[in-house]
Design a protein. Structure first.
Length: 575
């Protein structure tokens, strides 16, 4: 099946070719939804400059060549040359029946799947995940779900911050407090890190021991590596609990932290030197990719080996690109990290292209995002001015959801009420993030995100649960897909939206903007509400009409459930 917009677009392109020849066949007809009809095309306006004729005359010639009688019911020319198209009810009924009979409600696999390596979440060892990790984790998970659902091979990569100079300090502190105390104190990673940092700043002897421990770590000392592993394991245990609570599909197999790339760094530098791309500058080894300059016009360096001989984050990022394309076979590399990394990643990608590690069909994209803000428009923090722990943020959202659910449906049993509260609380946090344009910051507001009105997760979840309650009241199963008959205007509006589901998902895969799917699902839920108020589902005049509207309701619930699942959000059966 093809969604109606694709079908109409193809019909317009055939008509343009028939009317004006091959030269004009490829002019974009700019199909879009119209308030006057199901679709509106701007083809005539696009052709005006080429043909030098009034758009209405051009539109008339296109309309005369339109040949889709089984799809189009009526065509009108409006304004300066807009072509309004109204689709046939029986066409919508047939197409929706195909969708209803499909387990994936019309979602189809791509013809040419990519191997997508997606880098997201990336917590730091011995530090608790906080609100700053929220967007990367949630965005990365949603994008990986969407890309996977379309048939791409998706390899998740959690670029853990598990290497570098701070580990000397952390390991020495672990030894100082003793193994028993260390096990207890590492349960509170934030306090453990702060105690080590405080001691490092105040105690010169401790600082000296810490620097020596870094040397042992980098040299592969077995005892030091064992202690380092304890720190890593404690962090991963904390992260795994949060991933489970968030419903994020990151596992131990996804871990590819900085330590993973450490053995590759010397080879990266050697290759860049041999290819003549790396040069010495002020004692450091640098690459100067073309097109990057500072305010003074001087070329910007990408430092790959520092003056002291150590490697930089850029070296690790280059090793990651080389590994992901060369070893994992990536054709698309996505790095989900804050917008402040834009220039850094652009220089890394440019260098990887110069080195021949990132060549077509492989390409790399920075999935940039803005900050989570408080009501004051500044970075979201606690009253004490500290970053909000992610576990605290989620627990408060669930607690608030418990109150809302108890008020809205006190008849739910305790177990179901808790399950719904978890789904609503966590879903509300995730949806508030995903429904925002990712390149912009957004204000974190529990009240707004937990509202059952407006473009929120609870609104969509309730719409799904409401539909499922219809079937419990009807005391019947789902009718055959062939029962669908689109007739009333609210049915048409809902049907047109449901047929757009595949293109809504595809647009996310292409643009890497989950808010497009959020907006689509909100439109579906709103259209269903209008349909439900105007078109009785159970108490109707005939069995045929009842079966049709029940089948239409079921397709709507399935689209909402699958769409929410692609965003990583549960759709409860009851609320």
């Amino acid at each position: 099946m093809a969604d109606p917009e694709t079908t109409i677009r193809a019909a317009f392109e055939r008509a343009q070719k028939a009317a004006f020849g091959d030269e004009y066949a490829a002019v974009d007809p700019a199909i879009r939804a119209s308030q006057h009809a199901d679709y509106q095309a701007n083809a005539a306006l696009s052709l005006k400059a080429k043909l030098g004729r009034p758009p209405r005359d051009i539109a008339a010639e296109i309309v005369a060549k339109l040949d889709a009688p089984d799809v189009i019911e009526k065509i009108d020319i409006a304004g300066p040359g807009f072509v309004n198209v109204t689709l046939r009810n029986d066409y919508l009924s047939r197409e929706l029946a195909v969708v209803a009979a499909d387990a994936n409600v019309g979602l189809q696999l791509v013809d040419r799947p990519d191997t997508v390596v997606i880098d997201y979440s990336s917590p730091n060892v011995a530090k608790e995940m906080h609100v700053g990790h929220l967007r990367s984790t949630i965005l990365g998970d949603a994008l990986s779900r969407v890309l996977e659902a379309l048939g791409n091979r998706v390899i998740r990569q959690n670029h853990l911050g598990d290497w570098g100079t701070p580990f000397g300090m952390l390991i020495e502190h672990l030894l100082d407090v003793g193994e028993g105390e260390a096990d207890r104190s590492m349960g509170e990673l934030k306090e453990f890190y702060q105690a080590a940092r405080k001691k490092f700043d105040a105690d010169q002897g401790f600082a000296e021991r810490s620097r020596h421990r870094v040397v042992l770590l980098q040299g592969g000392d077995a005892a030091t590596l064992s202690l380092w592993r304890r720190l890593v394991d404690a962090t991963l245990s904390h992260a795994s609990e949060l991933y489970a609570k968030l419903g994020v599909r990151l596992t131990s197999e996804s871990i590819a932290g900085e330590s993973f790339y450490n053995p590759m760094l010397a080879g990266v530098v050697d290759e860049l030197v041999k290819k003549g791309l790396a040069v010495e500058s002020e004692g450091a080894l640098c690459v100067f990719p073309p097109g990057f300059t500072g305010r003074d016009g001087a070329k910007l360096p990408l430092i790959i080996r520092k003056q002291d001989g150590g490697y930089s984050y850029a070296t690790t990022d280059l090793a990651a690109i080389r590994y992901r394309v060369g070893t994992l076979g990536a054709t698309r590399v996505l790095v989900v990290v804050g917008a402040e990394q834009q220039q850094h990643l652009a220089m890394v990608f440019a260098t990887a292209k110069l080195a021949g590690w990132l060549v077509p069909p492989a390409r790399a994209e920075h999935v940039a995002f803005g900050s989570v803000l408080g009501s004051d428009g500044k970075m979201f923090k606690t009253r004490a001015g500290e970053s909000v722990r992610l576990v605290d943020l989620l627990e408060e959202a669930v607690q608030r959801a418990r109150v809302v659910i108890a008020e809205k449906n006190p008849e739910l049993d305790a177990e179901t009420r808790e399950e719904v509260a978890q789904a609503v609380g966590v879903g509300a946090v995730k949806y508030a993030d995903l429904s925002s344009d990712r390149v912009k910051g957004y204000v974190f507001d529990y009240g707004r995100m937990l509202s059952f009105d407006g473009n929120t997760a609870p609104y969509l979840q309730y719409a799904h649960a409401r539909i499922r309650s219809i079937f419990r009241k009807a005391e019947s199963g789902v009718p055959e897909a062939s029962a669908i008959r689109i007739e009333a205007k609210p049915e048409r509006a809902l049907a047109l939206l449901l047929l757009r589901f595949p293109s809504a998902v595809t647009s996310v895969a292409e643009s890497l903007e989950p808010h497009r799917l959020c907006t689509y699902l909100y439109d579906v839920a709103t259209a269903f509400s209008t349909f439900y108020e105007a078109c009785p589902v159970i108490k109707v005049a005939s069995d045929e009409e009842r079966a049709s509207r029940l089948a239409l309701s079921d397709v709507t619930a399935r689209v909402l459930a699958l769409g929410l699942d692609l965003l990583g959000i549960d759709a409860p059966e009851r609320m």
